[in-house]
Design a protein around this ligand. Structure first.
Ligand code: B12
Length: 222
């Protein structure tokens, strides 16, 4: 294994093992090696959190373990974030991001936010448990180009549809791209509610949005 692969494994393992100090150490080693901070987040920390999620589903981990994993992930993020090479391409397009009403899972949303910022977007974060109208009001207030909606629960997916319906009601649906994601979301759900972009992970989300705006806001690929 190369140094890079070793460190990716170390980052991912230390998140799964709830080892905050080890995560910080691995993140510092990464920075010292001069590797791209983006990959450490995308392939290391994010992978560790996904693995922790699988262990929860297998009933090997419970809520306290999950929270310790996320503490380790955030500690690693604190080290890596200042070293992200932010894209300076073009105008700063604005993104309003949040987790839809009824849902407080925000780890994935926070990763999407970081990746979008790295791709050069200005991100306005509404947090979690956000009522549909708040997305629409904030979009109007700041003149956002994208609304990014996250949810991890089947029971709250409908909030995404509500946001799109409200945008239509306000007559601004054509001015803003709607991007959706999270565990229960699929391309067929995105098509059903008329969302513009769906991707499975944070890094793909940011890259797809960047490509879209590089092409003048016209979506050419999914
Ligand atoms: C961590 C976790 C928690 C943590 C959340 C901590 C936090 N601050 O976020 C805690 C312990 C608090 C928690 C609580 C609950 N949880 Co929970 N939780 C999870 C778990 C294990 C992992 C989620 C996670 O963080 N994954 C890691 C991140 C990195 O992945 P991610 O969120 O999927 O995000 C990635 C992609 O989806 C994508 N993405 C995400 N958002 C967006 C947005 C856009 C625009 C795009 C393009 C992409 C994108 O990019 C991200 C990064 O690559 C999942 C199971 C699972 N495997 O997903 C259950 C899960 C989501 N939880 C569940 C439940 C039921 C709950 C509770 C209701 C439990 C309870 N009885 O109290 C409460 C929620 C209360 C509420 N109303 O919100 C269920 C949901 C079931 C369902 N289908 O509706 C799940 C699926 C577990 C299960 N199988 O039962 N949970």
């Amino acid at each position: 294994m190369s140094i890079k692969e070793d460190l990716i494994k170390e980052l991912s393992d230390s998140v799964v093992d709830m080892e905050e100090e080890k995560t910080v150490k691995a993140a510092n080693k990464w920075v010292k090696s001069g590797l791209k901070a983006y990959d450490a987040i995308d392939k290391g920390l994010s992978d560790g959190m996904n693995r922790a999620g699988v262990l929860y589903e297998q009933e090997e981990y419970y809520i306290p373990e999950l929270l310790m994993c996320s503490d380790a992930m955030y500690a690693g993020l604190d080290v890596l974030k200042p070293h992200l090479n932010k894209s300076e391409e073009g105008d700063k397009h604005k993104v309003v991001i949040g987790v839809v009403e009824g849902d407080t899972h925000d780890i994935g949303k926070n990763l999407v936010k970081i990746m979008m910022e790295t791709e050069g977007f200005e991100v306005i974060d509404l947090g979690r448990d956000v009522p549909p109208i708040d997305f629409v009001n904030k979009t109007k207030e700041v003149g956002a180009d994208i609304i990014a909606l996250s949810t991890l629960m089947t029971t709250t997916m409908d909030g995404m549809d509500q946001v799109i319906k409200l945008l239509k009601k306000e007559g601004i649906r054509d001015r803003v791209k709607v991007m959706i994601g999270g565990g229960p979301i699929s391309q067929s759900f995105a098509d059903k509610i008329g969302a513009d972009i769906y991707t499975t992970d944070a890094s793909k989300a940011a890259k797809t949005a960047r490509k879209m705006f590089a092409k003048g806001g016209v979506m050419s690929e999914r």
